[in-house]
Structures are given as C-alpha cells and as structure tokens.
Design a binder for this molecule. Structure first.
Ligand SMILES: [Zn+2]
Length: 358
C-alpha cells in the first residue's frame, strides 16, 4: 500500500459517488487544517505574505502531505509553519471558517463539530480570544444559513501551552453564549505534557455545560487513553486508536461508552500506523468500541470525509454496513442536548437506511 492514499481514491467510481451522496457526520476536524490552497494564495497576495510558491500545485508540498513526504509527526506539523502566518486579520479568519463549512457541506457532511484553537488564531494579530471566537462563530453561522449543514464548535487548547491560556480561552468561550460552542478539546503534544494539569479547567468547562474531548492514544500509547478517561474526564477521545495496545483499556472504553474520533489518513501521515491495512479501525469496530471516521486536517492531508470512508472500505476492510454504523455512532456521540441528539440520530438512521449502495 502506498503512503500516497490519492492513488486509491477514484472520484469517478460508483463507490466514491455513492458514499459522497450519503449524509455524513464529522466530529473531529480542525479549522486550522482546513484552509483551501487557493485562499492561501489570495491572502498572500492581498497581505504581501511571502510564500514559497504562488500556484496551487507548486505550493502543495509546503502545506500538504504528499506521496514523497516521510510519514512522521515532525513532517506533518511542519506543514503548519506556512499556514500559521495567515491569521493576520479577522476577515481572513472569517473567510477560512466560512469556507471550511462550505467545503464540508459540498461533501454532504450534514452535521459537523468544527474545532479551532483561539490561541493559535491570535498569534499574528492583536485580537482577544473573544473577538476571535465571535468572528469564527459569525462566519460559521453565515455559512450554515446558506448551506445544508448544521455546525457546532469546539474550542481547542494545547497541553504543551499553559493552563492560564486554557483558562482564558474557556472564559471567552463561556462569555460567548449563543456562539454554538458545545465542547472543549485538549490537543497538542502528548509526549512529555501530561493532561492532568488541565483537569481543573476542563472540569470548569464541564460545569458550564461544555462537553469534553481529549486527544490521546495517538502519539502515546493506551495508558494515555486511560488517563484521559479516568483522570481527566474525557467523554470522547481524539484518535484513541492505540487503546488497541491494552485490552484493559479497550474494556474501559467499552464500559464507559466512550466514542473514539478516529482519523485514519492523519494516522498514516503522522506515522501512527505504517499503512492503512494495518490501521486498527476495523479491529476496534469488531470489538464493539464506538468508533467514528473523521478527517482531522482535510486540507493538510488533501482528503475529504468521503475519501476517508472510501479508504476505510477499500484499504481498512470495513464493510459498507459498518461505515453506516460509524456514522450513526457519530450521531449518538454528538455534543448536543439530549433531545437534539435524539433527533439527529433518528434523522440519520432514516437517511442512511434509504442511502443507496454502490
Ligand atoms: Zn486532531
């Protein structure tokens, strides 16, 4: 299996077309990894930001994983070096947020929880966290009004940054009532930065009605998944695929009804798995773990959610009925009030029952 997943994705195939037509749910997508390449070039011209190249194809290797890249965290993260220069103004951030929703809608994602990192979005400008959060929220609401998609937001904080930043981001998120923020995410470097220090701020988030998801079991092993659940109180785990390394952690995930936000292509690109065939998504699904399929950073990985479903079927061995189960798992794990979640589940169950097979 080539590291280059593009060779497996035939957008003219009956399979791709059928899966694109399915209504889909995305629970784990980062705004900062969802920027269109033409938008980068536009913004670079407008704000005189130096780029290594000014055509989409020439720029691609600097901001996307390509077949010639070494699958590795450092290589993956290096792609953000160019991207993080772009948050110069609120109009740019709004445009990126609007387009991220538009792109998802065009892929027939009908419910999405889009996460963003307010601290990262303030580094190139003088805005406060609240202005950034309100700006993203307004853009997302504008995009929702014009497309057939429902979007909720998750604020991300990094465990390799300070707890004070997390506290300030949380305060801004709580102040933004009506912004559609439904959760908080602990992301960042898993190695060497324990999640435990963030427990008080994350607990405060939960007390204020926000749900909690934690990146774990990606860069580090199953013990981190256990820690995120038992010590930090995570309701969902970002990635979590390395739970498979310890059956007691698998049991814990199952007993607590924890949902894993699995991002297969991202795992391939960062070297978590050596190939998609060796990805544990199907094993986890057969072990009755509640898995979902997500893109993580669709622009960075040059992937759509439809592409991920195609890869899960063709390369990871998930039958079509289990693809539907993964979408329903996502509906059942949505960070929505109980009545709205129940409505989402029944809407998706009916739509997927009627969804055509290739
Ligand atoms: Zn992520």
């Amino acid at each position: 299996m080539s590291f280059n997943v593009q060779s497996l994705i035939d957008r003219d195939s009956a399979l791709w077309q059928a899966l694109r037509a399915w209504p889909k749910i995305e629970l784990h997508r980062h705004l900062e990894g969802s920027i269109r390449l033409p938008t980068l070039i536009d913004v670079a011209h407008e704000y005189a930001i130096p780029l290594p190249a000014y055509s989409v194809e020439d720029l691609r290797p600097y901001v996307q994983m390509t077949g010639s890249d070494r699958p590795d965290f450092a290589v993956f993260l290096s792609k953000f070096d160019v991207l993080r220069q772009f948050y110069r103004s609120l109009p740019i951030i709004r445009r990126i947020a609007y387009e991220a929703v538009e792109d998802a809608a065009q892929d027939n994602v009908r419910y999405m929880e889009l996460r963003f990192t307010p601290h990262a979005l303030t580094r190139q400008n003088d805005y406060g966290y609240q202005e950034i959060i309100e700006g993203v929220c307004e853009a997302v609401q504008a995009a929702q009004a014009e497309h057939d998609i429902q979007v909720r937001l998750i604020v991300s904080v990094n465990r390799h940054e300070s707890v004070e930043i997390a506290e300030q981001v949380l305060a801004a998120a709580i102040a933004c009532a009506g912004c559609g923020i439904v959760g908080m995410d602990l992301a960042g470097k898993e190695v060497g930065f324990a999640a435990h220090a963030f427990r008080p701020v994350l607990h405060t988030a939960q007390e204020n009605g926000l749900h909690l998801t934690v990146h774990a079991g990606e860069w580090e092993g199953a013990a981190n998944v256990r820690h995120a659940i038992e010590a930090v109180g995570a309701e969902r785990i970002g990635h979590g695929v390395r739970a498979i390394e310890d059956s007691t952690v698998i049991q814990l995930v199952r007993e607590r009804g924890i949902t894993l936000e699995v991002c297969p292509t991202s795992n391939l690109h960062t070297g978590v798995v050596p190939s998609l065939e060796q990805h544990p998504l199907a094993d986890l699904a057969y072990l009755d773990v509640r898995t979902t399929i997500n893109t993580d950073d669709p622009s960075l990985s040059n992937i759509t959610l439809t592409d991920e479903l195609v890869l899960a079927h063709l390369a990871m061995g998930l039958p079509l009925d289990l693809l539907k189960t993964n979408i329903l798992n996502a509906a059942e794990a949505a960070f929505l009030p109980d009545d709205e979640r129940a409505a989402l589940v029944s809407r998706f169950r009916a739509a997927l029952d009627a969804a055509p097979l290739p």
